[in-house]
Structure formats: structure tokens, C-alpha cells
Design a protein around this ligand. Sequence first.
Ligand code: GRF
Length: 203
Amino acid sequence: ARLVVLVSGAGTNLQALLDACSDPAYGAHVVAVGADRGEIAGLERAAAAGLPTFTVRIPDFESRDAWDAALTDAVAAHEPDLVVSAGFMKILGKHFLERFGGRIVNTHPALLPSFPGAHAVRDALAYGVKVTGCTVHFVDEGVDTGPVIAQETVPVGWHDDEDSLHERIKQVERRLLVDVVGRLARDGWTTRGRRVSMKCRTC
Ligand code: GRF
């Protein structure tokens, strides 16, 4: 399966996917990496792996809709079977969902439906939960609302701050994301009784 990975930051989830893809038995390979901003470690990791990269920045467009259409075209140019939002911190719009809906997975650093949004780890700590974790889910039009594919728990320590907790979550998250994407690539996936088509819709 052809993967396009979208990133906004450090790209450690991307790196985990790149490492997994070096084994042909994994069943997937990253064909391109996209971002919503430049000069991030995630793009450097992609370049170091010899992959094409593209950056589509919201401020470069007159509207959010125009940005969404441009991002859709940039991703479609690489004909992905699956799009992986791996720390991509923007909400994907209607053009993107029309083109790739059902074939976009996102990783989120909390146990959805608890603590959606951009500050999931901070919000979980502020609430005082003793167990949190990570979720890999399909993306729909909501914010972190799509069907859950897999989750794993992480205990919250009394000494944790946002950074220490997020780091422990990310260790679990990387493994979970690699596992889910590999399963999707090799076998497809059943969610709510519906088998996800892995056929490329653009080819
Ligand atoms: C991950 O925890 C992801 O769930 C969150 O941002 C983090 C990205 O980490 N949205 P990285 O860029 O893959 O290192």
C-alpha cells in the first residue's frame, strides 16, 4: 500500500512508520510526506529517507477552503492508498474528505472520545485522570470523532507534567500506529461491520 504521511512537527511517528516500511513484509511504503509548515524535523526525516515532500501553508491561501483544495491535490498527486495524519495539527476539510474519506487515519494522544483537540495531554492532566492513552482512528468531518480502530492505555504518574506524560504516550502511540497501518495495508480492516477498501481511488 502507498502511504502519504502528513506531519506538523517532530515526526517521530513518521520515523516509526519509515523504520517499519524498511521491511518489505510490512506491506506498506511511504511515497511522500506533506506538512502545513516548513522547517520542521518531520520534513527533515522525510528528506533524509529520500522521499518527496510538500508543504501547503494556510497563510498562502485566501481561504481555508482553498488551502484544503490545494492540500488535497498535493496529496492526490502521489496516489496514496492510505493517508496517515501523524501529528498533523490541522483539521482536514471537505475536499480532502471527499477524495480520501475512509482512507485517512489519525493518531491522537488520548483515549477518545475523551480529550479531543490540540491539547489532549494537557486536558487529561488538568482533569486529573489516572489513566490516559492513545487512539488510532479514521478521520471524519469532526474533530477527533471518526471510528476508533485501536487504543492503548498509559497510566498517569503523580509526578507527570505535560511533557513527561506526552513522551510516554508517544512511545506507545508509535507502536500502535505502526501496527494499525501495517494491518490496514496487509489485510484491510473491519470497523463497525464495514470493511475498509484499500483500493486506490485515484488510479
Ligand atoms: C503525537 O502525540 C500526535 O498524536 C499529536 O502530536 C504528536 C506528534 O508527534 N497530535 P510526532 O511529531 O510524531 O513526534
